[in-house]
Design a protein around this ligand. Structure first.
Ligand code: UDP
Length: 238
């Protein structure tokens, strides 16, 4: 099976992707490197929008485990994604990439509110739209937000940047002989509970026929490479 060309993609960056080698927060150097990856993909002619996570700052589930009310903790998690979105915007604008941040929780002084048609228009004008605050609802994750926005923006694929180069049949960090899948069906991912994205995100992509491309975002130049159909990745599709 050859890889199709994806023109318009949604890139899901977890909060950890901005953390670098630290264990918390935003590393400016790593964020700049991510911005370069995105710039190269844009220069290769792809339309891009981004959903950023917040796990490098705050996760609702972890907060709830420590005694916060779950919904409040989730709102705190969503606010964390706004910080990451602003950091990403800053890094992109510094290297000449036009961006807009749209937040699912309106925050008029620092971002636009999420308005689908306006976001589509930004993309048509060549801007990178960064979606912040997840879906705007507690009990969801930014993976689900990524699947939702990918569908709303008419993306050809959802690119999930991780620290491994695809989906394996066992944890490659623990089992050196683990095998990487080149292609996988959505139902297999769900049935085997493969930890790619959470199940609601996978189901949303399946139902809307949006392939998920799992690749290593830490490797320099890899986003553009995988977009060219080169480099290693796993594609989840129907
Ligand atoms: N979150 C939420 N609703 C959403 C998206 C995110 O409540 O639609 C909260 C949730 O608490 C989550 C946190 O924001 O733990 C940070 O997002 P996530 O854990 O998905 O970030 P990532 O793992 O991608 O860094």
């Amino acid at each position: 099976m050859t890889r199709p060309r994806f023109n318009r993609i949604l890139l899901k960056l977890s909060g950890e992707a901005l953390m670098g080698d630290g264990s918390f927060g935003i590393d400016p150097e790593t964020t700049s490197r991510m911005a370069e990856e995105i710039k190269h993909a844009k220069e290769a002619g792809h339309d891009l929008c981004i959903v950023v996570g917040g796990g490098n700052i705050f996760r609702g589930l972890a907060g709830a485990a420590k005694g916060f009310d779950r919904a409040s903790a989730d709102y705190m998690g969503m606010l964390a994604t706004v910080m990451n979105a602003l950091a990403m915007q800053n890094a992109l604008e510094k290297i000449g990439v036009d961006t807009r941040v749209q937040s699912a929780i309106p925050m008029a002084s620092i971002s636009e509110p999420y308005i689908r048609r306006r976001a589509v228009r930004h993309m048509e004008k060549g801007r990178v739209v960064i979606f912040a605050a997840g879906t705007g609802n507690p009990y969801f994750t930014t993976d689900t937000a990524a699947a939702l926005r990918a569908a709303e923006m008419g993306c050809d694929a959802l690119f999930k940047g991780t620290s491994v180069d695809g989906i394996y049949d066992a944890d490659p960090k623990k089992k050196p002989d683990a095998q990487r899948y080149e292609h996988l069906g959505f139902n297999r991912v769900l049935a085997d509970d493969l930890k790619v994205m959470d199940a609601s995100a996978v189901a949303l992509c399946r139902d809307n026929n949006i392939p998920i491309v799992v690749f290593n975002i830490r490797e320099q130049g890899n986003l553009a490479r995988v977009l060219r159909g080169e480099g290693t990745a796993t594609i989840v599709q129907n």
